[in-house]
Design a protein around this ligand. Structure first.
Ligand code: SAM
Ligand code: SF4
Ligand code: F3S
Length: 456
């Protein structure tokens, strides 16, 4: 459809986007919103008031599939919007995986767009309004990359910056390489220029995104690698740099050096371990051993002693024994994670691990999961104690959900920090600013204290 026709159909319509899954989807949703804004649409506060309802989906675990089917179906009982018709669109990883087959689970979907079709979403939605038919685009590489599209950021002071898409690692449990395609790095200058532009627009913190940022540049012979990118992004003058995710097998010494030497790189590293057992890691195709991982942690701590290490762990990979699991517990204690995202293994059709039989009863896996959560709560609690009595610079994100008189933000180590809003200040004037907080309380999942000095 020509863009003028798309514009005349979409102008004035309202949209609501619900996002599931990882930061890639969050960023893709911001691009979809930016694109719709550029066609004259407006964001709605809820699906009931929206002409266009979009679900950005995730299929990394089975529960995410079920949630989508429920939410899509519930759109059927919403009141008709003022324009007389509602278009329901499904994007993201389930859309990419299932395409047209998605309608066997949910029949009220008008538009299905894959992970590489974001640039086409406005046209697809306009087509659905015009002819009432179903429109599907899950072709790989057909549309321009989402990074060239307009952008509607949730937080004006923070930006997600994809530096690469796809994944080449094929961990045996994981669906991501099948729905996001092969690794493709964004050109170095395009990333650095984007961060410089964001800085000019008032952004203070960027999070560089990739399924494995450590393989940045590997797909183009002689191209600069991740360590060089960190240094160049640091030279733009942006105040805080974060990145995720980092595969342990590819974390090079020069990247650790860059993290230690570039002041804007925050002292936090998400380093997914998945299991503490070398036997399970081999079955997972992670390509490092328990000893490799622990050696890497030691090398990182030598250069950045106070770094916050966080991780992802899967419990109940097919055939995991009690002994394997105890190796995971002891590794978590030894590393002293500041936080961990813990998951019960979910069988994903089409992945190699889905073919492995597993006799372990569900209750045994649940019990292991609960034991792991307890260990992580302890390591997180212990980690936070180090900051008692110190002053931490906190980038303010908003007020605390529990008490509107308390501000909430993030420390350099990515800890959540709370502090009463100082007398004479309001939260609107503090969001996006950095305040120093004297920490007097350190709990498992947050620090709290008192603001000292002026916000900056
Ligand atoms: N590329 C990132 C990395 O390797 O660090 C991870 C991306 S993945 C979207 C996020 C996490 O989901 C993984 O680290 C893993 O712990 C978890 N995950 C992936 N597939 C899973 C499965 N089939 N069952 C349970 N958890 C899974
Ligand atoms: Fe999945 Fe492994 Fe790729 Fe991460 S590195 S996205 S866990 S295949
Ligand atoms: Fe989910 Fe796709 Fe991210 S499967 S975790 S939304 S890459």
């Amino acid at each position: 459809m020509a863009s003028n026709t798309t514009r005349s159909i979409l102008t004035g319509k309202t949209y609501f986007i619900r996002t599931f899954g990882c930061q890639m989807n969050l960023h893709d949703s911001e691009r979809v919103a930016g694109l719709l804004d550029s066609y004259g649409c407006f964001a709605a506060a809820d699906p009931a008031g929206a002409d266009i309802v979009i679900f950005m989906t995730c299929c990394v675990r089975e529960a995410a599939d079920q949630r989508l089917y429920g939410q899509c179906s519930s759109c059927k009982s919403l009141p008709t919007p003022p324009s007389g018709k509602r278009v329901v669109a499904v994007g993201g990883c389930i859309a990419q995986r299932d395409g047209e087959r998605l309608v066997s689970h949910v029949d009220n979907v008008d538009v299905i767009f894959g992970t590489q079709a974001i640039a086409h979403v406005a046209d697809l939605i306009a087509d659905a309004f015009e002819d009432g038919g179903r429109h599907v685009d899950t072709e790989e590489g057909a549309a321009p990359a989402a990074t060239t599209l307009p952008w509607h950021r949730e937080q004006p002071f923070h930006a997600w910056v994809p530096i690469m898409t796809g994944c080449n690692n094929f961990c045996t449990y994981c669906i991501v390489p099948y729905v996001r395609g092969r690794e493709k790095s964004r050109p170095f200058e395009s990333v650095v220029d984007e961060v410089a532009g964001l800085l000019r627009c008032g952004v203070r913190e960027v999070t560089l995104l990739g399924q494995n940022v450590n393989s940045y540049g590997r797909d183009a012979y002689g191209a600069p690698r991740f360590a060089e990118l960190l240094r160049a992004v640091g030279e733009t003058g942006i105040e805080r740099i974060r990145f995720t995710s980092s595969h342990p097998k590819d974390l090079l010494p020069e990247t650790i050096d860059a993290m230690a030497e570039v002041p804007a790189v925050m002292p936090h590293l998400q380093l997914a371990v998945q299991s503490g057992s070398t036997r399970v890691l081999k079955l997972m195709n992670r390509r490092y051993t328990r000893e490799d991982y622990l050696g890497l942690v030691d090398r990182i701590r030598e250069r950045i002693p106070d770094i916050a290490l966080t991780t992802d762990i899967i419990v109940g990979f097919p055939g995991e024994t009690e002994e394997d699991f105890e190796q995971t517990l002891s590794l978590a204690e030894r590393v002293g994670y500041a936080q961990a995202f813990t998951f019960i293994y979910s069988r994903r059709e089409g992945t190699p691990a889905a073919r492995i039989e597993d006799p372990t009863p569900r209750e045994v896996i649940q019990d292991r999961f609960d034991r792991l959560v307890k260990v992580i709560e302890q390591t997180a609690h212990d980690f936070n104690q180090h900051d008692l009595g110190t002053t931490v610079p906190v980038l303010v994100e908003g007020s605390s959900k529990k008490d509107s008189r308390v501000l909430q933000g993030k420390s350099p180590k990515n800890q959540t920090v709370h502090a009463p809003i100082p007398a004479g200040m309001d939260i609107e004037s503090l969001v996006g600013r950095i305040v120093d907080v004297d920490v007097d309380t350190a709990r498992t999942w947050y620090l709290s204290g008192t603001v000292v000095g002026d916000p900056r």
